[in-house]
Unconditional design. Structure first.
Length: 207
């Protein structure tokens, strides 16, 4: 889906179906982190009004999603609790930071493409969740939420990619090539996690 090179293993869906509340908690934290990241990028790069407006719009939608998921948790009698480390996102940031740079592209392009990759992975998994909920009638109320979030993450992916092209002065070809390279790195991280994990995947968005 989108730019992804490696599909999510079916074992992840099995883990989520056995602990839906856990993935809701994790996703709430992911939404807050995504909002914080978008605001941080806007604050650090205020030179372009179009960039800042797009990022703050995205942050506003992420906060709305956080509130929606938090309300769902409250209705289910589940406390949010503290956030945990997202090993996938942290590993992806390290790998992207360590990848050879493309001198034609400003460093901000990588930050934006990293956001696009994370949104793409979330988009893929929300689609899997929406389909899986059709087979879990006890959680049928979540299907509409997952379907809505699937569409939102697809939009966010496109926003990050379009902003990367904007920052690259409209040079789409090198941005596409860079995204393809970083998607290969993301795929290696997802594949390695599946190969090296000694137990079942965790019921988290990027578990």
């Amino acid at each position: 889906m989108l730019c992804l090179k490696v599909p999510t293993d079916g074992a992840w869906i099995d883990a989520v179906l056995h602990d839906v509340d856990a993935v809701l908690v994790d996703h709430a934290h992911c939404e807050m982190k995504a909002a914080s990241n978008a605001l941080s990028l806007a604050a650090r790069h205020p030179g372009s009004a179009r960039l800042s407006l797009a990022l703050t719009d995205l942050a506003r939608e992420e906060i709305d999603h956080f509130q929606r998921v938090l309300a769902t948790l409250d209705a289910r009698g589940v406390a949010l609790g503290p956030p945990t480390v997202d090993a996938y996102a942290a590993g992806l940031r390290r790998a992207v930071h360590g990848a050879p740079r493309d001198a034609r592209l400003p460093p901000l392009v990588d930050r934006l493409l990293l956001g696009a990759l994370i949104e793409a992975r979330s988009c893929e998994r929300f689609k899997l969740l929406a389909v899986a909920m059709q087979k879990a009638p006890e959680n049928a109320d979540l299907q509409a939420l997952w379907t809505e979030l699937f569409a939102a993450e697809a939009r966010h992916y496109a926003t990050f990619f379009d902003l990367a092209v904007l920052v690259a002065d409209g040079n789409r070809a090198p941005v596409l090539a860079r995204l393809d390279l970083l998607a290969e790195i993301e795929g290696l991280i997802v594949h390695a996690a599946g190969c090296t994990r000694g137990d079942a995947p965790r019921a988290t968005m990027h578990g």
